[in-house]
Structures are given as C-alpha cells and as structure tokens.
Write a protein that binds this ligand. Structure first.
Ligand code: KIV
Ligand code: NA
Length: 275
C-alpha cells in the first residue's frame, strides 16, 4: 500500500491525485479496481447513505463501521476516515482516543479533521502520536451552523489570507494533505503553490494537486440535486430504476422466475410426496 510520502511525490511530479468517497465494501472494491489513489470514508455518509440532513449526527462508531467495510474491499488503497462532529474538540485525550479507535478498529490509514484555530493543536498531538492527519479547510460542513449555510468560503482578500494562513498552520502542525472545499480557484491555486503537502480540492478549481468527489454524486446514485462543482460521470439512478421496475413488472406478470431459475426434484420423489 502507498503511504503519505507517495502523495507528496505525486505533487512534486505534478501528477494529479484522485480521491473518491466510499462507505461500503462493493464501492471500495470498485474504487480500487478503478485506480482511485485515495479513498475517503467521509462523514458525508450521514447524508448520502444514512439519510440525515447534515453530517452532525454521525458518530465515531458509524465511522468505524463503514471504515472497516471499506478497508475489507480496498486493502491496497490509502483510506482516510473522517473524525465526525465533536470527536476532536473536547480535549486532546478524547481526540487521541477517538482517532486511535478509527485507526485500530476502523483500520483507516489516516484521519481527517475540519478547521484550523483550536484544531491545530489536535493535528499536532495526533501527528506526534503517529496518526497521519488530513486537514480540511474552506467550507467545513461540520460547522454549517456557524457558517450559516453551504457557501463558498474565502471570497474576499481578507478571508483568503486567513485561509492561506490556516493552510500553512495545518502543514506546520504535521498534516499530510489538505482538502479544500468550495473556495475560489485563485485562492486554492495560491495555497497549492505555497504548501509542500498536496492539496485536494472539491469545488476548488483545477489547480489543486488532486480532486475529491462523493461517490454518489459521481455516479448519480440516490442524489436529487448536485452542487455546481460536481460532474456526474454515470447514471446509477437510471440503471437501478430500470432494473427494479423490470423486476417488479416480471413478477407481477408471472414472467419471473422461469424454469431456469427454479430447482426440481426427481419425478418419483414428487409422486411420493403427493402419496
Ligand atoms: O465527507 C466528505 O465526503 C468530505 C469530502 C466532501 C471532502 O469531507
Ligand atoms: Na467530511
């Protein structure tokens, strides 16, 4: 399996890093077969697979459950697992314990945390303890209540400078990579040029060292509306709906199952059965 140094090299060689979210065994297997460089077990699973309104209700146990399934499907891929809401804020002690569970039980190769400010000391402590950390700046969905909505961040010069400053602090604290979500491409370009660690963008333009998207958005599976920064590369909704409608129709019309789908017993056994 590739380690974080590999991704640093990819940045130096100007080779794009492809990250994709996955939350279960079959998707992880497909991601690995498709040569995705890194899998993110994102807390977006709260919305896309558990049906919550936001990522806030997601627990450490949820993350471990999904992370284990993903690792079973993608043994050879670098897996980053989100630390969920409030699991890295209460104290350094709690933060280390939760991260240790995600790494040991969840089998993640790294954890991801959102924000700078008070989170910088958490990145430092985790790194010191041997836990690789991916930082996440810009739109940080766990703070949606404070940010006041899912909006582009760092749009004016002052906010952009704070983002650049935070990004540097994340790198200094030991982060192995930085996710930039929903920031103007000029800002992510500046951050990408300034940092030595790779930047991975989502809604952050083409200049970041890598891109990340949510699996369900990429294949249009179970999503009604996608943000501007998403490109849908397939149509799982259409595929699945067609198959399911056909299944329902064929059962109702007594077309399925056919003989070839059925098991049979020998004639004499049938006679014995009817006596
Ligand atoms: O949870 C998630 O899917 C994420 C990505 C959008 C970066 O954090
Ligand atoms: Na997330």
């Amino acid at each position: 399996m590739k380690l974080s140094g590999h991704f640093m090299k990819m940045k130096q060689n100007n080779e794009k890093i492809v990250m994709l979210t996955a939350y279960d065994f079959p998707t992880a297997k497909l991601a690995e077969q498709s040569d995705v460089d890194m899998i993110l077990v994102g807390d977006s699973l709260g919305m896309v697979v558990l049906g919550y309104e936001s990522t806030i209700p997601v627990t450490v146990d949820d993350m471990i459950h999904h992370s284990k399934a993903v690792k079973r499907g993608a043994r050879d891929t670098f897996v980053v697992t989100d630390m969920p809401f409030m699991s890295y804020h209460l104290s350094l002690d709690e933060t280390l314990k939760n991260a240790a569970r995600i790494i040991q039980e969840g089998q993640a190769d790294a954890v991801k945390v959102e924000g700078a400010d008070d989170v910088i000391e958490k990145i430092k402590a985790l790194t010191k303890a041997g836990v690789p950390v991916v930082a996440h700046l810009g739109l940080t969905p766990q703070s949606v209540g404070v940010l006041g909505g899912y909006k582009v961040q760092g749009k004016d010069a002052e906010a952009a400078e704070k983002l650049l400053d935070d990004a540097k602090k994340c790198e200094e604290a030991g982060a192995i990579a930085l996710v930039l979500e929903c920031v103007p491409h000029q800002v992510s370009e500046m951050i990408t040029r300034t940092l030595n660690i790779p930047t991975i963008g989502i809604g952050a333009g083409a200049e970041t060292d890598g891109q990340v998207l949510v699996f369900h958005d990429v294949v249009n599976y179970g999503v009604d509306r996608v943000p501007k920064f998403v490109k849908q590369f397939g149509d799982a909704n259409g595929l699945i709906f067609t198959a399911l409608s056909q299944y329902v129709k064929e059962v109702k019309h007594k077309e399925f199952p056919e003989d070839k789908h059925s098991f049979s017993m020998k004639e004499e056994e049938v006679s014995a059965l009817y006596g």
